[in-house]
Ligand binder design. Structure first.
Ligand SMILES: [Zn+2]
Length: 217
């Protein structure tokens, strides 16, 4: 199926509704970004006609875990998912999902995924830091560098504003991964039975930074 005018969203989800969530709606090379807070705001901003949503939040639990609580018998059983171990093998830095603040984020992400899927949207986990590493562009700790790196995708819209936040830049990164996903230019890492993470194909470098090792290389 050809999807000429794909409409996708990228969400740099915060663990709490009190903190800023970066949001990006990408359609026809126009990226509209915003900073949102509540789940209700996010669902409203997604609107209609969106085909895929890429979320920067863990959307699965490590095998053997039924939850991420400390007081459950499953605690201490597993801290990493297969996709996390594959990131580590690629020498990509990330936070383990059993780490305190990540737990709240995981619970929120799973709730949001369910709501979006009920609207017929394909929802998957991505990780903007890894996507930026694969593309060879700076991460959000260097927002100006990241903005320059993202400009290579030739996308217009409100993200070009000088006031764009790093959360919005990560949301745009997620949206670009969602668009690549619909175009078949992504790879999925991890165990499908456990949970996959979608990342740009390793061949999709756009940047000028040093080479990165391929997994298993
Ligand atoms: Zn449990």
């Amino acid at each position: 199926m050809k999807r000429k005018s794909a409409k996708v969203v990228g969400i740099d989800l915060a663990g709490s509704e009190k903190r800023a969530t970066g949001f990006c709606l990408l359609e026809r090379n126009q990226a509209e970004v915003s900073v949102l807070h509540t789940d209700e705001e996010i669902l409203r901003a997604v609107g209609k006609g969106v085909q895929a949503a890429a979320i920067d939040a863990p959307l699965s639990l490590p095998r053997g875990r039924c939850c991420l609580r400390d007081d459950c018998p499953c605690a201490g059983k597993a801290h990493f998912r297969v996709c996390d171990l594959e990131l580590r093998a690629m020498k990509i830095k990330f936070f383990p999902i059993t780490l305190g603040p990540m737990r709240q984020l995981t619970v929120r992400g799973l709730r949001l995924k369910e709501k979006l899927e009920s609207r017929g949207i394909e929802v998957f986990e991505t990780y903007p830091g890894a996507a930026q590493d694969i593309w060879g562009i700076p991460r959000q700790k260097n927002p100006q560098g990241l903005k320059r790196g993202l400009s290579r995708f030739k996308v217009g819209g409100s993200w070009l504003s000088p006031n764009v936040t790093k959360d919005e830049l990560d949301a745009l990164t997620c949206a670009l991964v969602a668009r690549d996903y619909l175009r078949g230019n992504t790879m999925a890492i991890g165990d499908p039975e456990e949970g996959l993470m979608v990342l740009p194909d390793l061949g999709s470098r756009t940047g000028e930074r040093g080479p990165r090792k391929k997994p298993g290389g």
